[in-house]
Write a new protein. Structure first.
Length: 393
């Protein structure tokens, strides 16, 4: 027979194991309750989105916009054709995958994170302005790939030990599979990592334009010929207007603000030069003048712009109730994405706690078997815990 002190030690260890197992069981129940709540919330949001989409469809059917839609489609096709002419560019490959290999593209993870090409994400209502803004940005930027997250960026390209590009991975491997590997360097904008505009939006503006202070000359007057800021003269269609990053920022305050910042637009070159004291982030004029930044002038004859923004009559004439419903759907979708992220985290935590529970239960069973060899009286509490099918007490 073991001494009373040994029995006491065994009893204390038994109680400790039992207590730890109960605590783990409560943690399992906590995460399971959280997952049930998140599922309920996601289901509720899915129903709300569906209801609003049905209502939106009814409203749209009463608002004839066929002419505007057709004009926009033609303008977009022209932009796509100009991109496709850029031979071995990464942008041409992306467009080809999206519009000629759409079924295959849906199965490629990196394509799911790519929002589009800079030139295809924006609209303007004037051909001259389109050419000027496109020339200001330059072809390399216009052909830039826009991805949503940093994980999406990492899926585009990786490197071998010597720093060379792995041509069998990501976009390079995808291009090779259809006989169009991308050539040379290309620009990628990662929306998740762009620093957003920190100010406010114009109140009640359906396009979510940025609230920027108009330039003022030293005498306090607004410079003559000032037409506005380029970042607010770009229009976003409803799909891109509703896009939000994981942190809740839209395209205008991330991508467009990164591209144009506070670029000012003037009627004439003379107006632009007269306003130089109040130009901080560059300016353009409708007759071809370009100041890239303070002291940096872009001179010479205007270029023949090969890739430019689509041009169409995009003045929003949607009824207020339609715009409100679209905004509500956008916010619901953003909320759903955040809940899905929460659910994923809870599932990982639940799996981890279940693993700990399983290990602790195994330890307790081994201890129980060992104790039974030396103890005649059974520990009823220990056997009760081990016989419970549920995690929680």
């Amino acid at each position: 027979m073991e001494s009373s002190s040994d029995a006491q030690v065994l009893k204390m260890k038994s109680e400790r194991l039992e207590d730890e197992l109960k605590k783990l069981g409560l943690k399992v129940k906590h995460h399971e309750d959280n997952l049930r709540f998140l599922k309920s919330e996601i289901d509720s949001i899915d129903e709300a989105i569906l209801d609003k989409q049905v209502s939106l469809g009814r409203c749209n059917s009463k608002s004839p916009q066929d002419s505007t839609v057709n004009n926009l489609q033609v303008a977009e096709e022209d932009t796509l054709k100009s991109i496709m002419k850029e031979g071995g560019s990464a942008a041409a490959l992306i467009c080809q995958m999206k519009y000629h290999y759409s079924v295959k593209a849906l199965k490629v993870p990196l394509m799911k994170d790519i929002l589009g090409i800079v030139a295809t994400l924006c609209r303007v209502n004037d051909d001259n302005l389109s050419r000027l803004l496109s020339e200001y940005l330059g072809k390399e930027t216009m052909l830039g790939i826009v991805c949503r997250t940093y994980d999406g960026l990492k899926a585009i390209e990786r490197y071998e030990k010597q720093g060379m590009v792995d041509v069998a991975f990501g976009l390079h491997g995808l291009g090779s599979s259809i006989g169009r590997p991308p050539q040379g360097r290309f620009t990628v904008f990662c929306l998740e990592n762009l620093r957003p505009f920190s100010g406010d939006f114009k109140p009640d503006d359906p396009q979510k334009k940025l609230e920027l202070h108009k330039p003022r000359l030293p005498n306090g007057e607004q410079p003559p010929g000032f037409l506005g800021f380029a970042v607010n003269m770009i229009y976003l269609d409803h799909m891109h207007l509703s896009f939000l990053t994981p942190k809740g920022h839209g395209l205008r305050e991330t991508l467009l603000y990164t591209l144009f910042s506070r670029l000012q637009v003037y009627k004439t070159r003379s107006d632009m030069l007269h306003a130089m004291p109040c130009i901080s982030d560059g300016a353009i004029s409708l007759d071809g003048g370009i100041i890239r930044s303070t002291g940096l002038f872009y001179l010479g004859s205007r270029e023949n712009v090969e890739v430019k923004f689509p041009v169409t009559d995009i003045t929003s004439n949607l009824p207020i109730d339609i715009r409100d419903m679209e905004e509500e759907i956008k916010l619901l979708k953003w909320r759903r994405e955040r809940l899905l992220e929460d659910r994923k985290r809870e599932e990982i935590l639940l799996d981890h706690v279940k693993s700990l529970f399983s290990d602790k239960k195994k330890e307790m069973m081994e201890f129980s078997a060992q104790w039974n060899l030396t103890q005649q009286p059974k520990n009823s509490q220990l056997q009760l815990v081990l016989s419970k099918p549920n995690y929680s007490s």
